[in-house]
Write a protein that binds this ligand. Structure first.
Ligand SMILES: Nc1nc2c(c(=O)[nH]1)N(C=O)[C@@H](CNc1ccc(C(=O)N[C@@H](CCC(=O)O)C(=O)O)cc1)CN2
Ligand SMILES: Nc1ncnc2c1ncn2[C@@H]1O[C@H](COP(=O)(O)OP(=O)(O)OP(=O)(O)O)[C@@H](O)[C@H]1O
Length: 186
């Protein structure tokens, strides 16, 4: 199996585990993220508007919006990094690429903290998404300009053995699940 096929195999298996976990642990995962980020102030934080069975960051985004700017990703095109639009609880939304909702006419922001959706992650804090390479390109670009904290958000069952890696895969700084945070506190 070549690398793309191995990634596709991992993606399919983790996607099925995510679906089961989402039905059981959705509220616990959302609460864990909210509590972990309580106390963060003055940052530009990228969340996301969840699709399918992604862990739901909306409770955390709502709480953080009192003391931070919050934004969500917009697909500009194939092979392009994501951009991010200003988001507030209850703001008007429209459908963007891949059926993901995006804010109507929100200002473009550059986040320094990102809550990153994923399909699979490993103990080395590498991730697999839907296969567009969007977050890889985005983190590469943001990290070239300054410090960025990329927080994967997932269910514990989305963890897998070491993922097949490519030079373009960007590592996460942390992963939050319903069970806690990786890497474990020293
Ligand atoms: N909630 C959320 N928003 C997000 C992302 C995300 O992963 N989750 N993105 C992160 O990049 C961007 C959207 N990217 C996406 C890329 C692919 C597919 C998708 O459904 N892919 C199909 C294959 C589609 C095709 O080949 O045409 C699939 O997985 O079946 C969805 C979103 C921006 N917003
Ligand atoms: N910075 C980059 N420059 C060029 N190609 C890239 C870059 N990042 C990723 N790619 C390519 O994009 C394709 C998809 O990458 P990958 O399978 O890692 O996506 P993913 O992590 O699942 O998706 P996403 O980041 O959108 O959630 C691969 O062919 C990869 O080589």
């Amino acid at each position: 199996m070549n690398l793309a096929e191995r990634k596709a195999t991992e993606r399919a298996a983790a996607y099925a585990r995510r679906k089961t976990a989402h039905a059981r642990h959705r509220a616990a995962a959302s609460a864990q993220l909210e509590s972990y980020l309580r106390g963060v102030t003055g940052q530009v934080i990228a969340g996301y508007l969840p699709i399918r069975t992604e862990a739901d960051p909306l409770p955390a985004m709502g709480a953080l919006s009192a003391r931070n700017r919050i934004c969500v990703p917009v697909v500009e095109g194939h092979g392009c990094p994501l951009t991010f639009r200003d988001w507030r609880p209850g703001c008007a939304l429209e459908e963007g690429s891949f059926k993901v909702m995006i804010p109507v006419g929100g200002a473009v922001l550059v986040p320094n903290v990102l809550i990153v959706p994923l399909v699979a992650f490993d103990a080395g804090l590498y991730r697999l998404g839907y296969g567009g390479g969007f977050y890889d390109r985005t983190l590469e670009r943001l990290r070239a300009t300054g410090p960025v904290r990329a927080i994967g958000f997932a269910y514990g069952d989305q963890q897998t053995e070491a993922l097949p890696l490519e030079p373009t895969d960007q590592r996460l700084d942390e992963v939050v699940t319903e069970n806690g945070v990786l890497p474990l506190d020293p």
